[in-house]
Ligand binder design. Structure first.
Ligand SMILES: [Zn+2]
Length: 442
C-alpha cells in the first residue's frame, strides 16, 4: 500500500523533508542530466524553516521524511495571459452568440455601464482567490485601458497587487487597439498610470492600415522607457492577418532589447507553409515568446451557428518550439463574453492544451509551457521550477505518472506555499452576486 498523504501531513512549522517525490527532471534547476523524454525523477526535497527549498536530493529513498509515495510534484503555475478586469461578468453580460464580435460588443457595453472601482476590484479578487487555490503563484493580466476606464482600473490594480504580494506576483499590461498607440495623450496617460508597476506596454495588433505606424510608436516608447512588450496578435482565422511577422520585423529593425510576448497568433495556423516558415524564422531571430490560449481560442474561433467547428484556432506550438521560440500556455478569459467558462486553473489549461495541441508522445518538456517558460518571460527567476534557495512553492498531485495526473482534474491536489499547505477552498460564486447579480432563473 502506498502511503496516503493529505494536506495535514505537511508540517506546519520547522524544517522537513519530502521523500519519494516525482518531479519533471526538466524543472529541476541545475540538473544537467538529460534523462529520457517524459522523465519524472524520483527525489527528496528538503524544505527549510524559512519556507525555502534547502536541497533537492537525487534519490527518493525514504530516509525519515514525509513519504510522498512517488506522487508527482510540480512547481506552482505561472499564468502569463489573463484578463482579471473582465472576469466573471457572465451572469449580467453573456455573449449573445459566442462569436468574437459578440464578445467585443458585449464586453464594451458592460465596461461602459458597470466597471466602477468597486466592481472591478470584487471581480479581480474573486479571480485571484480561485487562481491561488488552484496553485498559481504569478499572473500577468491585461487591463482595458481606453479612457475613462484606465483611470479606474489601474489604481485598483495597484491596490490589489500590493494586497496579494507574497501570494500571487501580479503584472499588468495596458490593452487597446494598436491604432490607439498613435494617440499621444492616451499614451502619455498610459505611461503615467502603468509605469509604477513595471510591467510591459502592449496593444491588440490586428490587420489595419495603422498597424505599422502603431507598432513603431509603441516600440519607440518601450525603447525609451525600458519597458517590455506584450501583444494580442492575429486573433482570427483570416490568413491575411499577418501581424506576427510585422511585430518580429519591427523588433529586429528597432534592435529591441526588452522581452516581447505575443498572444493568440491564431491565423498562422491557416497560412501557407512558406509564409509560416518565413514568419517563424523572424520570430525566432527577434527572440519573441508566444503564448497560446487554447480554451478561449477553441471557444471563439471557427464558430458559426449550426455548424461544427473544423479548426481549433490554436497556434503552431510544435513548429515554434522546434525553432527555439519560447512557447507557453495560459488562461486568457474567465466567465466573460470572450470565454463562457474557466476558473484560472492552470492545470485545466495544461490538460486542455495537451489534448488540443498534442503536447504528448513525447510529453518531453512541454510542462515548461505552464511553469518556467512564462516565469522567464515575466522575469521571475525563482518561479516555475524546483530551485535550492527559492520559495518552497509547489503542488502535490495524487497521480504518480503523467498518465495518472493528466487523466484527472486533480481537484484534491495539495498546494504548498513557502513550505506550508494552504487552504484550497474556492470562493463561493455567491460572493459576486452583489456586483454582477445572481444567474438568471430558468
Ligand atoms: Zn487576451
Amino acid at each position: 500500500m502506498k502511503p496516503v498523504v493529505g494536506a495535514g501531513d505537511i508540517p506546519a512549522k520547522g524544517d522537513y523533508r519530502l521523500d519519494r517525490a516525482r518531479v519533471p527532471r526538466t524543472l529541476i534547476e541545475g540538473d544537467d542530466s538529460t534523462g529520457g523524454t517524459d522523465e519524472l525523477a524520483m527525489v527528496s526535497i528538503t524544505v527549510g524553516s524559512d519556507g525555502r527549498i534547502a536541497a533537492i536530493g537525487p534519490t527518493g529513498e525514504v530516509v525519515g521524511g514525509v513519504d510522498i509515495g512517488g506522487r508527482v510534484l510540480l512547481p506552482t503555475f505561472v499564468d502569463a495571459h489573463t484578463h482579471l478586469d473582465k472576469g466573471h461578468i457572465w451572469s449580467r453580460q453573456p455573449n449573445p452568440d459566442g462569436t468574437f464580435v459578440g464578445a467585443l460588443e458585449a464586453t464594451g457595453a458592460d465596461r461602459l455601464a458597470n466597471w466602477t472601482a468597486e466592481d472591478v476590484r470584487a471581480r479581480m479578487e474573486f479571480g485571484l482567490k480561485s487562481a491561488y487555490a488552484h496553485g498559481t503563484s504569478a499572473i500577468r493580466t491585461h487591463l482595458d485601458s481606453i479612457a475613462p476606464q484606465h483611470r479606474i482600473s489601474w489604481p485598483v490594480f495597484g491596490e490589489v497587487r500590493a494586497e496579494w504580494a507574497g501570494r500571487i506576483d501580479l503584472q499588468a499590461v495596458p490593452l487597446f487597439g494598436i491604432d490607439r498607440a498613435l494617440d499621444a495623450d492616451l499614451m502619455a496617460e498610459t505611461e503615467e498610470l502603468s509605469a509604477p508597476y513595471g510591467g510591459p506596454l502592449g496593444a491588440v495588433a490586428y490587420w489595419i492600415d495603422e498597424l505599422q505606424d502603431g507598432l513603431d510608436a509603441l516600440f519607440r516608447l518601450a525603447s525609451e522607457t525600458g519597458r517590455d512588450l506584450d501583444f494580442h496578435v492575429d486573433e482570427t482565422l483570416d490568413p491575411a492577418s499577418q501581424c506576427l511577422g510585422a511585430i518580429a520585423e519591427t523588433a529586429l529593425r528597432f534592435r529591441f532589447e526588452g522581452k516581447i510576448l505575443c498572444g493568440h497568433c491564431c491565423s498562422i495556423a491557416v497560412q501557407d507553409d512558406a509564409i509560416v516558415a518565413k514568419t517563424l524564422d523572424k520570430v525566432a531571430e527577434a527572440g519573441i515568446g508566444v503564448v497560446s490560449l487554447p480554451m478561449c481560442n477553441m471557444y471563439l474561433q471557427d464558430r458559426h451557428a449550426g455548424r461544427t467547428p473544423r479548426q481549433r484556432g490554436v497556434t503552431l506550438l510544435h513548429e515554434m518550439k522546434a525553432r527555439g521560440i519560447p512557447v507557453m500556455v495560459a488562461s486568457d478569459n474567465t466567465r466573460d463574453p470572450f470565454y463562457a467558462y474557466g476558473d484560472l486553473d492552470m492545470w485545466e489549461v495544461y490538460r486542455t492544451a495537451t489534448r488540443a495541441a498534442h503536447l504528448d508522445h513525447p510529453i518531453d518538456n512541454w510542462i515548461e509551457a505552464a511553469t518556467c517558460a512564462p516565469a522567464d518571460l515575466m522575469g521571475l527567476s525563482d518561479a516555475g521550477r524546483f530551485k535550492a534557495g527559492a520559495p518552497a512553492d509547489f503542488i502535490i498531485f495524487r497521480g504518480r505518472s503523467w498518465s495518472e495526473i493528466l487523466s484527472r482534474a486533480e481537484s484534491d491536489r495539495i498546494v504548498v506555499r513557502q513550505g506550508r499547505s494552504i487552504d484550497r477552498m474556492l470562493p463561493d460564486y455567491g460572493e459576486l452576486d452583489a456586483v454582477v447579480g445572481p444567474p438568471a432563473m430558468e
